[in-house]
Design a protein around this ligand. Structure first.
Ligand code: HEM
Length: 404
């Protein structure tokens, strides 16, 4: 494959193509790659060394424009800059982070695990009783729904409603979610509805505080200064989107991975003590958050290529995690792999604040699959999200097969 033909903006590559072949080619021949697009272009970094070095230098590579290309919170200037964790740089980032981090404390995670376990086992019971179903629609969403029900102190229906909205916001370029008024308005509309939902919750928590995320953000104080209303809303949104749009796609990708690697699945079923290394390897392998975005704050030189200030860079986690220079036999799934310093959650100051929650959710899933010795076979086509940001599976039709 010639690198000139590689377009990381071509969503067909992510729906029906083989992005891993494209990334391997880029790592080998053009690790600092200019990906031209109709309205300009961006730099794509694909090796482990480059991706991790840029993550570790927030002074030169800013998060102020958010992590999604052409997306999410941006208008001409980004209204979320400096207000929302993921779109802020030091020192604001550190202050916001310490408040959001409090919502992921031990007590909250224990409570969340109880919710997630209940939602997950109910969903798996139903799937088993039916002999199969659509894992991506019937089971995976229960993981974030359980987490967010606990973290936001909301009921099951509200948690699933929030999930539907965040799915539309991230999948606004996908035919299943785009509304009649077009992609841009779908994105804006979904964001407005999420903000309305959160603003309503904010009102209720102001008069009746609890131990949930919004109450924690209301009470947050730095040197006597409270967070503004928009900071509270943006960061609650950040957790809702981060929580909803990652682990369910990872869960479905894990089921697909185990179907395609029956020998590793048998290994896991035979030795449940593998769960910890298996979960890390499955995060490395699936890397559902394909890239994050940064903006250069000064002229930089990467591998001899000079990049001016103000340019857009994309750091491809999903490619870095298959880099042979870092991972021996990187293209081999090895559920016992150790060490495994993958970049699925990023690294350095912005490293995923929800990582412990994601670990808890995915560990519960993998434990449950291993304990019940559940094995699946595909009964139809896998339907993937039209996105190069989230490597998401929308529909995963499966049937149960006898474990052997
Ligand atoms: C498989 C699951 C997950 C993956 C692969 C993932 C991936 C990532 C990555 C790569 C980043 C770094 C962004 C950057 O450097 O610009 C990040 C940040 C973040 N994630 Fe996750 N995430 C996951 C689960 C979660 C969950 C469960 C939550 C919340 C409940 C969450 C909330 C966030 C937030 C709020 C940030 C921003 C942190 C900061 O900027 O300091 N994520 N995530």
């Amino acid at each position: 494959m010639s690198t000139a033909l590689i377009d990381l903006d071509d969503l067909d590559l992510f729906v029906s193509g083989d992005p891993h072949a494209a990334w391997a080619r880029l790592r080998e021949t053009a690790p600092v790659y200019w990906n031209a697009t109709a309205d300009g272009g961006y730099w794509a970094l694909t090796t482990y060394a480059d991706v991790s070095a840029v993550y570790r230098d927030p002074a030169s590579f800013s998060s102020k424009d958010g992590t999604v290309l052409g997306g999410s919170y941006r208008s001409a200037t980004d209204t979320a800059t400096g207000q929302m964790l993921i779109c802020s740089d030091p020192p604001e980032h550190r202050l916001l982070r310490q408040h959001v981090h409090k919502a992921f404390g031990r007590r909250m995670m224990d409570e969340a695990a109880r919710h997630v376990r209940r939602y997950l086992t109910d969903a798996l019971d139903r799937l088993v009783a039916d002999g199969g179903g659509d894992f991506a629609a019937d089971v995976s969403p229960n993981l974030p729904a359980g987490l967010l029900a606990a973290m936001f102190g909301i009921g099951r229906d509200d948690a699933f409603h929030l999930l539907q909205l965040t799915r539309t916001m991230i999948g606004f370029r996908d035919g299943e979610y785009v509304r009649d008024n077009g992609e841009a308005m779908t994105l804006v509309g979904a964001q407005v509805e999420i903000f309305d939902f959160l603003a309503d919750l904010l009102d209720r928590r102001r008069s009746d505080p609890g131990e949930d995320l919004v109450s924690i953000l209301i009470a947050a104080e730095t040197n006597g200064r409270k967070l503004s209303e928009s900071q509270i809303l943006y960061n609650a949104l950040n957790v809702a989107v981060g929580g909803n749009e990652t682990t369910p796609f990872t869960a479905s990708a894990i089921v697909e991975t185990l179907i395609r690697h029956p020998e590793e699945e048998r290994r896991l079923h035979a030795d449940p003590s593998l769960v910890n290394t298996a979960v890390d390897e499955l995060f490395r392998w699936t890397s559902t958050n394909a890239y994050v975005r940064r903006t250069t704050m000064r002229e930089v030189t990467l591998r001899g290529i000079s990049i001016p200030a103000g340019e857009t860079l994309t750091l491809w986690n999903s490619s870095a995690n298959r880099d042979e220079e870092q991972f021996p036999h990187a293209d081999r799934l090895d559920l016992g792999r150790t060490p495994n310093h993958h970049l699925a959650f990023g690294v350095a100051n912005h490293r995923c604040v929800g990582m412990s929650a994601a670990w808890m959710e995915i560990t519960l899933l993998v434990e449950e699959l291993a304990r019940r010795r559940l094995r699946f076979a595909l009964t139809g086509e896998i339907d993937r999200l039209r996105s190069n940001f989230m490597l998401g599976i929308k529909h995963l039709p499966v049937e149960l097969v006898a474990s052997g």
